[in-house]
Design a protein around this ligand. Structure first.
Ligand code: FES
Length: 112
């Protein structure tokens, strides 16, 4: 099992952070005191989701507006900035992998 441990203070409320686990980018987010971790590489064309905007538990990719729920990695909107492109590429639609986020005291461990 690959993992990384961080201090919970490194993940401020509502401000996602990118970490790497064995070369794979992982987005870690804190919402209402809970921690979530999903793949950071957008399943559309690979942009970094941690550079996107987190609203509630939904992160929006900065490139073409695909939205993912950080609690379960599911796509909620595919290519939202370009609806026509979104429809044409809907066959590519793929959810993000979900990682385990375990908190113990001040430490959070992210594992696959
Ligand atoms: S790369 Fe993320 S929406 Fe296109």
């Amino acid at each position: 099992m690959a993992k990384i441990t961080l201090n919970t203070s490194e993940i401020p409320e509502g401000k996602p952070k990118r970490v790497e686990i064995e070369g794979k980018g992982v987005l870690v987010a804190r919402r209402s005191g809970k921690f979530y971790a999903i793949g950071d590489k957008c399943t559309h064309m690979g942009c970094s989701l941690s550079e996107g905007t987190l609203e509630g538990t939904v992160i929006t990719c900065p490139c073409h507006g695909t939205k993912f729920n950080v609690t379960n990695g599911k796509v909620t909107v595919w290519v939202g900035k370009y609806p026509v492109l979104g429809r044409l590429t809907s066959f590519m639609k793929k959810d993000e992998p979900v990682y385990k986020a375990t908190v113990e005291g001040e430490e959070i461990t992210i594992s696959d």
